[in-house]
Design a protein around this ligand. Structure first.
Ligand code: NAP
Ligand code: MG
Length: 486
């Protein structure tokens, strides 16, 4: 499975009932650093989706009756195998998505392994018997059935495995539909899963577009629960489809996350941390900061230091030692650029990056989808760049005066995914944290979270929470048993 000895272009296959199967049609998948086609992805149609759901339904009676310990044993083998294949998976993720190989090695692939390990371990420790009212009251949790798992392109293996691991651990069978833009590591995972001994049909993978394969999957009568991570608009549609047939659903959607920097923050730490939170993975993480509110007394100094350090960031081919690779696709690059243009028309100042700094790369990277990290100021809060999700390496900075003012402005967007607050006065940091309408608040840190904690968004950032206990709620149905002894 080394990338160097695979055919060019690589041909990805669906994984159904334990076998790799060719599709009747294929989509092109581009290497974002060169714009060249590097993989062919199945363009699955409703018949292929139906076949996958049938295999999952057939495998369900057997898989749901296995013990948690038996399931955990296989999931731990999968985690070990992901770790053994760290280099290959990281190279493929980088070539497919554009993120630096170093980042995929440090973040995406280890997290994919951790997803399997954490859910495997937690499933073996679920106990909930409560004696009460003269009879024994307790609950049992049973797997829901067949889960449809739909994931986006920004953290391909990381986010898909965060769905697969809890769904399998709790005894469900699954049909996955990864993003058509980044399907390769999901396909590689199927081989590892097969080798780990997962019974046939328990996990099925159909590749293809959202409008055809995705749509057929969410509408399928044989699917009982949908877990979706992606954009708010598609999430809104999936919620409506799920409501019609009363399927359980979890929606992890977009964000417009704010950073808040108080005047007592240590800028030597906060400036590099802000760069990280705005531009890691090319700004293509749903949790990236895209608005930063800085207390007016330190605003000018903060801006000057942030721009200086950002201008030094290395952007280039993701196989090299760079901070940022290319954006994931040509379409996405155009979308991100169009927001910078909107900001300019709204009278903003572009302090560095797109349209300001040169970016010249040698062949074959001239056609890659590269953009420099971009910092914008002088925008009103009503500007599209301050309200809408850009999902790229673009951040808007704005000064604030009081605690009340900044809380109001941070909350004044339709999204509610996360925020990061920086400063030293503990009482103020916690007071502000408790008033933000978001699913996660980081204080003096970003992107660190135990898998035991609930993860998710409020408002248009989604419905539901995932994490070791919260995902189990999604993938199981709970029955209360009240037993009076005779
Ligand atoms: P997207 O366009 O919503 O697509 C997500 C997935 O849904 C893809 O696999 C897509 O297939 C599929 N899809 C599209 N239409 C569908 C339909 N009608 N029925 C079923 N499936 C359908 O999102 P994206 O552009 O890939 O990812 C970026 C978005 O994800 C951003 O908004 C980001 O904030 C969000 N995100 C949220 C979180 C979170 O945890 N809250 C995490 C990461 C990303 P295709 O292959 O055709 O696109
Ligand atoms: Mg790709």
């Amino acid at each position: 499975m080394s990338l160097s000895d695979t055919p060019n272009p690589l041909v990805v296959e669906n994984f159904v009932g334990g076998s790799f199967v060719k599709s009747s049609k294929y989509l092109d998948s581009f290497d974002p650093s060169t714009g060249e086609v590097w993989a062919k992805i199945p363009d699955s149609d409703p018949t292929e989706v139906d076949d996958a759901v049938q295999h999952a339904r057939n495998a369900f009676p057997m898989w749901s009756k296995t013990t948690a310990a038996e399931r955990a044993k296989i999931l731990i083998k999968i985690a070990d195998s992901i770790e053994e294949n760290l280099d290959k998976l990281a190279q493929a993720e980088s070539k497919d998505q554009g993120k630096p190989v170093s980042l995929a090695k440090r973040m995406d692939i280890p997290r994919a392994a951790l997803n399997f390990r954490a859910f495997a371990e937690s499933i073996c420790h679920q106990v909930n018997i409560i004696p009460e009212m003269g009879c024994m009251n307790y609950t049992v949790r049973n797997p829901v059935g067949v889960a449809a798992l739909i994931s986006p392109w920004n953290l391909p293996l990381y986010l898909l495995t965060f769905k697969i691991a809890p769904a399998l651990a709790s005894g469900n069978c699954v049909v996955c539909k990864p993003s058509e833009i980044t399907s390769v590591t999901a396909w590689m995972l199927c081989k590892l899963i097969k080798d780990a001994g997962l019974p046939n049909g328990v996990l099925n993978m159909v590749f293809g577009t959202g409008s055809e394969a995705g749509e057929a999957l969410i509408n399928h009568q044989g699917v009982n629960v949908i877990s979706f991570t992606g954009s708010t608009n598609v999430g809104r549609h999936i919620g409506q489809v799920a409501a019609k047939s009363i399927k359980k659903v979890s929606l992890e959607l977009g964000g417009k996350n704010a950073g808040i920097v108080f005047e007592d923050a240590d800028l030597s730490k906060v400036v590099p941390a802000t760069i990280h939170s705005c531009f890691l993975n090319q700004g293509e993480i749903c949790l990236c900061t895209s608005r930063v509110f800085v207390q007016r007394t330190i605003f000018d100094e903060f801006v000057q230091r942030l721009v200086k350090e950002t201008k030094n960031l290395k952007v280039g081919p993701p196989i090299e030692d760079v901070f940022m690779g290319p954006l994931v696709s040509q379409v996405h690059l155009q979308k991100v650029r169009s927001y910078v243009e909107i900001a300019r028309k709204d009278g903003a100042r572009i302090l560095c990056g797109e349209s300001v700094d040169e970016l010249s790369l040698p062949a074959p990277y001239q056609k890659g989808y590269f953009i420099r990290p971009t910092i914008i100021t002088d925008l009103s809060d009503s500007s599209a760049c301050m309200q809408e999700e850009i999902f790229g390496p673009v951040v808007c900075l704005s000064p604030f005066d009081s605690e009340e003012e900044v809380i109001e402005r941070v909350n004044n967007v339709k999204y509610g995914l996360c925020s990061a607050i920086w400063g030293q006065k503990g009482d103020r940091l916690l007071r502000v944290a408790h008033q933000l309408h978001v699913g996660t608040v980081w204080i003096n840190c970003w992107l660190v979270r135990s898998l035991d904690m609930p993860f998710g968004g409020m408002k248009e950032s989604g419905i539901g929470r995932e994490g070791t206990s919260h995902s189990l709620e999604l993938y199981t149905e709970e029955t209360t048993i009240c037993y009076k002894f005779q």
